[in-house]
Design a protein around this ligand. Sequence first.
Ligand SMILES: [Ca+2]
Ligand SMILES: [Ca+2]
Length: 270
Amino acid sequence: MSHRYFAPAPLAAAFAALAIGTAAGAAQVQVKVTTENLAPPNSVSFAPLHVGFNNGTFDAFNNGQTATAGIKSVAEGGGGMAWQADFALADPTATRGTIPGPLQPGNIRSRTFTVDTSINQFFTFAAMAVPSNDSFIGNDSPTRFHLFDAAGNLLINSIGQKASDIWDAGSEVFDPLNAAFLVVGNNDLRIEEHGVVSFNFSQLAGFNGLTTATGYVFNSQLAAATDIYRISFEIVPVPEPQTYALTMAGLLAVGWIARRRRIKPHASVA
Ligand SMILES: [Ca+2]
Ligand SMILES: [Ca+2]
């Protein structure tokens, strides 16, 4: 009767599945994305980073052109609902997501994504910079960051952003009373700007001396070359063959324990 509980067939199947996973998953990688706010204390903060590992076709905005609804949804409020929806429509097989949480000066946040590098070799990102009315960071060209080769090797270890990389979406007029992340601001209010996307970090100094939503008094301190943000990439290793052997041994032990339990229901297996 014991073979019924030892269950050799399911174990063999499980082991085979692990082996197949190794072979077929060559282009499938786990990549840990780490975001760091490098700005000086009390300077600019960031809303959650929107990311997409993709085929290089989704272009959220262009320098010198009217902002799309997608990039406005990042730049004016940080939520990025339209950016995510537009991305999904343009590139349905992309791996998309966010690195959750606000990123204040000195903060570091990470999240790991599973990416099929046979189809998604490019990296696109966008995040609102705050306090602001419509400031953001993000890549204009969808093919700017070729992150992986087809075998899943990293071609880029990190992406740095300086103050001079901060965009103004050109969609909302600068006004502290309508800005996000300020005690005096009501982000639901806005005045249409009728402008175009352009670089602009210097206007943020117009918020100096105002208290932020998290309590610090904003002080821009930004110059064009000031480092403000870093996105780092790290491949998370897949289990080695030895680990599979250990997993197999573990499964066998579970089967053995189940068998003992069946035979001696009152025996301790601790
Ligand atoms: Ca573009
Ligand atoms: Ca603006």
